[in-house]
Design a protein around this ligand. Structure first.
Ligand code: FAD
Length: 220
């Protein structure tokens, strides 16, 4: 190991990570940043220390954002304090997917609406915490349903299903979740917001229309 003074000092600086804030400090910082619905109580942290897996990881805080702005604010706090963050929908993952030592952002409490259904386009606009069965119920009057259909559809959310690219018994007919996403409003870890869309594709799986190639972007 190189022990030269200047080099060692640089290594120490590069390797420095801020001391992890405790639950009270993190909850306070989130509230100050405009995220009011936060819970650092031991009971709440215990509830969110598991999903449907065998893993147990206790988070510092659980937050329930009400708007995208609050998600962006929470990301900013986590970046500033060096806290890991995991979004969570129904928490039905079986590999510890929805667990975090830092902040768990539960999107199912407030951001759970099916905003609209467009029977012509055969699409729905839904918030990330919308439960799959609620999306199917909204489409039912038009003969539509969410096709991929993981067996946890009564609890699983669209955000978590996109995160896992979930599918189930009807996947051969309708494809996986990724095959059924037309556009996404995205917030990156650095707080950048943008809309991601498919290129060169205007059909929806399962509508009987011929599939078009998604990539490279079609010139047509
Ligand atoms: C009994 C049982 C049966 C199951 N059957 C199936 C099955 O048939 N098919 C299948 O595919 N899976 C199955 N699963 C796994 C799981 O239920 C599905 O993958 C489900 O779609 C996950 O949805 P969720 O809302 O519970 O996601 P969560 O578990 O809450 O989250 C899943 C992942 O997505 C991320 N995430 C959640 N919301 C967002 C968001 N808004 N933005 C970004 N990332 C996000 C989370 O951080 C996590 O990594 C099963 C699980 C169980 C326990």
């Amino acid at each position: 190991m190189h022990r030269g003074g200047g080099h060692a000092a640089n290594l120490a600086r590069v390797g420095h990570t801020p001391a992890a804030p405790g639950p009270t400090q993190l909850a306070g910082a989130l509230r100050k940043a405009g995220v009011p619905d936060v819970d650092a109580a031991p009971r709440r942290r215990a509830e969110y220390s598991s999903d449907a897996s065998n893993y147990r990881v206790v988070p510092e805080v659980v937050a329930f954002p009400r708007h995208t702005d609050e998600i962006v604010a929470a990301l900013g706090v986590c970046r500033e304090l060096g806290v890991p963050l995991v979004p969570r929908g129904g928490g039905t993952s079986i590999a510890g997917n929805a667990l975090s030592t830092g902040l768990v952002l539960d999107l199912s409490r407030h951001l759970n609406r099916v905003v609209e259904v467009d029977p012509e386009a055969r699409t729905a606009v839904a918030e990330p915490g919308a439960v799959l069965d609620d999306i199917s119920a909204a489409g039912a009057p038009y003969g539509l349903r969410f096709g991929p259909d993981p067996s946890t559809h009564a609890r699983a959310t669209i955000g978590g299903s996109i995160g896992n690219n979930a599918c189930g018994a009807r996947a051969l007919r309708y494809g996986r979740t990724a095959d059924n996403v037309v556009a996404l409003d995205v917030v990156t870890g650095t707080g950048v917001r943008f809309t991601a869309r498919r290129y060169g594709r205007d059909d929806v799986p399962g509508d009987g229309a011929p599939r078009r190639s998604c990539w490279p972007p079609s010139a047509a």
